[in-house]
Design a protein around this ligand. Structure first.
Ligand SMILES: Cc1cc2nc3c(=O)[nH]c(=O)nc-3n(C[C@H](O)[C@H](O)[C@H](O)COP(=O)(O)O)c2cc1C
Length: 171
């Protein structure tokens, strides 16, 4: 078993593509990749280091693979786990709910003992409200917007991923 588990939920494939890209950049010998639809919630507990990626749908709802397991997630003990989150959303089309899923899942994880690493600076985004907004100039996790800013995705991941790996190394 590898050191890092990367789990994602994706309804139209955007998050899936990004998850594959992140896996490639880390190196597939270092990270196991799972579509949340194809695994059990308890698979999350097999890893000390987790990267969780998910999109937000329908005015602040979790992407379906995570919506289906929200109650199960609330039963998991994340104590001792270090977790980085990334979220996909549309900041202009859904400005009141931008990447809400990151906030929703992050809150569950933290309530259940998990440590979220690498908050992401809110700069170059234009939105009204987000459950992932910590109120201190940061999102809880990386925010990506393939609908409006796909040209920024590469450099955002380039900046974010080393911080995540560093945080995993130090724990
Ligand atoms: C009907 C619909 C509802 C959406 N609702 C939200 C939302 O509430 N918040 C948000 O940030 N993005 C929202 N989005 C944007 C998606 O999250 C975005 O397109 C994302 O890249 C989809 O990723 P996926 O293909 O991995 O599911 C919505 C998109 C559609 C088409």
């Amino acid at each position: 078993m590898k050191n890092i588990g990367l789990f994602y939920g994706s309804d139209t494939g955007n998050t899936e593509v990004i998850a594959g890209l992140i896996q490639n950049r880390i190196g597939s010998d270092q990270v196991d990749l799972f579509d949340m639809y194809d695994c059990r919630t308890t698979d999350l507990l097999k890893y000390d280091h987790l990267i969780i990626g998910l999109s937000t749908w329908h005015d602040g709802q979790l992407v379906s693979a995570f919506d289906d397991i929200e109650d199960e997630l609330k039963e998991l003990d994340f104590t001792g786990k270090t977790i980085a989150l990334f979220g996909l959303g549309d900041q202009f089309g859904y400005a009141d709910y931008f990447i809400d899923g990151v906030g929703i899942v992050g809150e569950i994880i933290q309530k259940n003992g998990g440590k979220i690493v690498v908050n992401w600076p809110i700069r170059d985004y234009d939105f009204e409200n987000s459950k992932a907004d910590l109120g201190n100039g940061n999102f809880l996790g990386l925010a990506l917007d393939e609908d409006n800013q796909d040209n920024m995705t590469d450099e955002r991941i380039d900046e974010w991923l080393p911080l995540v790996l560093e945080a995993f190394g130090r724990t």
